[in-house]
Design a protein around this ligand. Structure first.
Ligand SMILES: Cc1cc2nc3c(=O)[nH]c(=O)nc-3n(C[C@H](O)[C@H](O)[C@H](O)COP(=O)(O)O)c2cc1C
Length: 330
């Protein structure tokens, strides 16, 4: 099955606002969809299935009031350790959620079920091996989560990861990690990706669940303030250094990796764990808190400006270093 990434012309820029735990919610997703960008949230961000059901109804009601909105997406952790997964999947089936962003595991039956109701499944991967397994199991596209991403991050450079994935599959690739401008989406397309996937950039939006303090810290931070460690919750992740310090932790004493166990047991942290915040390398592009719709419009504008600029670069040898160097070497 080949995918129309414009979803019948409803997606105006090849971008998904990525699902973020304790951050994404229906108002943010609806606002993104209203501007022609795919909005999303994780099912596990809701405390119970009843709340998840309410979120789906709220999303559908919100979208029904809009003219030609982009489709929305839900993130499902499709792994046996997620007890809610089978029931949440069935709820998505009931609502015929158009796009499912699957993460962890890659069970064939989940992809089959999603296809049964006419949905598409994009699966999170951090290596070519993960991509191969996901595609074999039936994923329609892979989300290449590269080094520098917010939340649980990949560790591989985007050029290297995209090239390696291309060697194992010709399924579409969606690029994630440190991306924050319209120009970045065009660059991803030049690398052969079909869409961009932005998380961090959208934490500083009015609709989402992030609190003012977190958003203020994000405005003050840049890439140098992003601290990588797999030792805090057991998976490779990027954290905002000032939030670690504010929670009484010393980043200089936290190793990047620790054998098997988290060095810091969340249960022993007296609630400090909920105060540490994650963000990716793109945090430096956040200058203010904006409405989600305005941010989408800005990114769409940047994307079209970048396209015009790059077309001019390709057409004009004196603007293009690569063309100039080709001519010299001939
Ligand atoms: C605060 C935060 C929470 C996240 N929670 C989730 C999640 O629940 N599920 C998921 O699949 N990805 C999650 N992610 C990862 C994003 O979906 C996405 O892969 C990542 O944000 C892309 O990189 P970027 O932040 O550099 O744009 C989270 C990211 C952040 C920053």
């Amino acid at each position: 099955m080949s995918i129309d990434f414009t979803f019948g012309g409803r997606v105006k820029v090849p971008l998904i606002v990525a699902p973020m735990f304790l951050t994404s919610n229906p108002p943010m997703a609806i606002a993104a969809c209203s501007r022609g960008v795919i909005g999303s949230y994780p099912a596990h961000a809701t405390r119970t299935r009843e709340v998840f059901a309410d979120w789906l109804v709220e999303t559908e009601e919100g979208l029904s009031k809009l003219e030609n909105p982009a489709p929305y997406a839900v993130n499902l952790v499709v792994h046996p350790t997620n007890e809610r997964y089978p029931g949440d999947l069935e709820l998505c089936a009931k609502h015929k959620v158009p796009v499912i962003l699957t993460s962890k595991g890659a069970p064939e039956d989940a992809f089959d079920r999603i296809h049964e109701w006419g949905g598409v499944a994009f699966h999170d991967v951090a290596s070519a091996r993960h991509a191969e397994k996901a595609v074999e199991a039936g994923a329609d596209a892979v989300i290449a989560v590269c080094a520098g991403a917010g939340g649980h991050t990949g560790t591989i450079n985007p050029f290297a990861l995209v090239n390696e994935i291309r060697e194992v599959t010709d399924k579409p690739i969606i690029l994630a990690g440190g991306m924050s401008t319209g120009r970045d989406i065009l660059a991803a397309q030049a690398m052969g990706a079909s869409m961009g996937y932005f998380g961090t950039r959208f934490i500083a939006t009015e609709e989402c669940l992030a609190d003012e303090n977190q958003q203020r810290v994000m405005i003050e931070c840049s890439a140098k303030d992003v601290f990588f460690s797999a030792a805090l919750d057991g998976a490779p992740a990027n954290w905002l250094r000032p939030t670690l310090i504010e929670a009484g932790l010393n980043p200089d004493e936290i190793p990047a990796y620790s054998a098997g166990m988290s060095v810091i047991n969340p249960k022993k942290m007296d609630g400090r764990y909920t105060r540490i915040k994650s963000a990716g390398h793109g945090v430096g592009m956040i200058k203010s808190v904006e409405r989600t719709a305005d941010l989408c419009d800005q990114i769409i504008k940047e994307y079209h400006a970048a396209k015009r600029d790059f077309a001019a670069t390709l057409a004009s040898p004196e603007r293009s270093l690569s063309t100039a160097s080709l001519e010299t070497s001939e």
